[in-house]
Design a protein around this ligand. Structure first.
Ligand SMILES: O=c1ccn([C@H]2C[C@H](O)[C@@H](CO)O2)c(=O)[nH]1
Ligand SMILES: [Zn+2]
Length: 143
């Protein structure tokens, strides 16, 4: 079987890939805290700061469905509340209960606000994808 990461590692070296897989494992752990009583769809995110710290979060749903906060945005908001700012992050890994996931458009925009050079790691059709935010969100909105 072909190595899962060969075609999607985006030129990262083995050490980087290994760090990103550890980050994905932390996202999987964080997803267990998901508050998802309406969809039953658990999502966790792990944000790697350039200082080496890892901040985790999960999706938080609401009876008024549209008020739901995705795991990626919950995690970024948590980090910003701790004092982190644009440019402070290297990567974000996202893990869902279903291994066929990719971050929604709203989250792509919010990731872009705080790290337009970030790497994004997630499982899509059962394969680990390691890509740049720029590839997920070309021509992003900027003021
Ligand atoms: O990028 C995304 C997309 C969806 N969800 C959550 C929101 C909701 O709780 C559930 C189903 O949409 O998945 C995330 O956490 N991140
Ligand atoms: Zn989202």
């Amino acid at each position: 079987m072909q190595d899962k990461n060969v075609s999607t590692s985006h030129g990262c070296d083995a050490d980087t890939i290994s760090r990103y897989h550890t980050l994905l494992a932390q996202a999987h752990k964080a997803k267990e805290n998901a508050y998802c009583r309406y969809s039953g769809f658990k999502v966790g995110a792990a944000l790697l700061a350039k200082n080496g710290s890892i901040i985790t979060g999960c999706n938080v749903e609401n009876a008024s469905y549209g008020l739901t906060i995705c795991a990626e945005r919950a995690t970024i908001v948590k980090a910003v509340s701790m004092g982190y700012r644009p440019g402070d992050f290297e990567a974000i890994a996202i893990a869902a209960s279903n291994p066929d996931f990719s971050p929604c458009g709203a989250c792509r925009e919010v990731i872009n606000e705080f790290g337009d050079d970030m790497m994004v790691i997630f499982e899509f059709k059962g394969e680990i994808i390691t890509t740049e935010l720029k590839e997920l969100l070309p021509f992003s909105f900027k003021l």
